[in-house]
Design a protein around this ligand. Structure first.
Ligand SMILES: CC(C)(COP(=O)(O)OP(=O)(O)OC[C@H]1O[C@@H](n2cnc3c(N)ncnc32)[C@H](O)[C@@H]1OP(=O)(O)O)[C@@H](O)C(=O)NCCC(=O)NCCS
Length: 299
């Protein structure tokens, strides 16, 4: 059960946060000496009291029958923005979906507060955590190095409202994506409606594939794939959102997820589209009339 934190629980919350972040400290070699301001060492009851009374953060706990096991806070900022703080699950309660439930609760709470963007920061080197957040639609927005941390801070944001209420995950890899679902989606397109299942399978096996999976409906509602040499160029292909789920931000979510991947950000991106220029322009693609050349397949 997720519920609001009571004032008398702040000491227990500080304990829970420190214990949860200790695994990050152990994994990346942070200590009281080299990173005294890291969450595992700097979180105290007084600090949380400031969050509660000084910053008026919304603070939530995850409670199971045998005790408290998870926590997060939300700092509401101007311009419909908010910041996710101290998302924590005690080590012995991990990998059961509690972190995901807390994150989704935070997104819903932020939406109810009319927030359109939720920001968060991570240890940039923690690529597993970054991937985990990306699965919930977060995109990487930048990094910053502080003298007092032995690591780089990585910043991410989750766009709210547009995809509000949809319980989705971004999935990656041909082996994670059901080919029949991809065939169903591509059959509805003007460019791939004649492709055989075998062609689609081969194209998926030789590309980096991305999908949007709706948990409630157990359905693939978005797909795209990338062909790349990972050194100079990538080609974004077969971007498709199920027609029943369009105009709810899923296309933007999928394209922004792909183009913000570190393996593509420094490469030249190419794509072909007849009608969706507006979508891709948002992410830096420009129409190059008179420059692109295309060879059709031999019959
Ligand atoms: C991130 C965190 C809240 C996830 O909690 P959780 O209850 O395990 O979350 P879920 O069960 O919903 O998801 C588990 C997934 O978290 C991801 N994950 C995130 N960070 C991870 C890490 N350091 N090590 C292993 N898996 C991690 C994995 O993808 C994992 O998938 P798996 O169960 O298939 O291995 C928890 O790992 C935690 O408290 N970490 C320490 C504090 C922290 O880094 N918080 C985020 C601050 S920005």
């Amino acid at each position: 059960m997720i519920r609001e934190v009571r004032r008398e629980e702040l000491s227990a919350c500080a304990d829970l946060i420190r214990k949860s972040f200790q695994t990050v400290a152990d994994e990346f070699g942070f200590t009281r000496e080299n990173a005294p301001r890291f969450t595992a060492f700097a979180t105290t009851e007084e600090r949380l009291l400031w969050h509660m009374d000084g910053e008026h953060r919304l603070m939530y706990l995850y409670e199971e029958d045998d005790g408290l096991c998870g926590y997060y806070s939300l700092l509401l900022r101007d311009q419909n923005e908010c910041e996710l703080g101290n998302l924590s699950v005690l080590p012995e309660y991990r990998h059961r979906g509690i972190g995901g439930k807390l994150l989704q609760h935070a997104m819903k709470t932020a939406e109810e507060q009319k927030c359109t963007v939720m920001k968060l920061s991570i240890v940039k080197e923690n690529t597993v955590l970054r991937k985990w957040y990306e699965g919930y639609g977060a995109i990487h927005t930048g990094t910053e190095k502080f003298d007092f941390f032995p690591f780089t801070c990585g910043y991410m944001k989750i766009m709210l409202q547009e995809t509000a209420g949809m319980d989705f995950r971004i999935i990656e890899g041909a082996d994670q994506i059901n080919i029949d679902e991809v065939v169903r989606l591509l059959k509805t397109t003007y460019w791939a409606n004649n492709r055989s299942k075998e062609q689609i399978r081969k194209s998926m096996e030789n590309s980096s594939c991305y999908g949007i999976w709706l948990n409630d409906e157990q359905k693939l509602v978005g797909f795209a794939r990338v062909i790349s040499d990972f050194a100079t160029t990538y080609y974004l292909a077969d971007v498709i959102i199920d027609s029943d789920y369009r105009h709810r931000g899923l296309g933007k979510l999928l394209v922004s997820h792909i183009v913000s991947q570190p393996e593509y950000t420094c490469l030249r991106g190419l794509l072909l589209t007849m009608d969706a220029h507006g979508l891709y322009e948002k992410y830096g693609f420009q129409t190059v009339n008179g420059r692109a050349m295309v060879k059709s397949p031999d019959r």
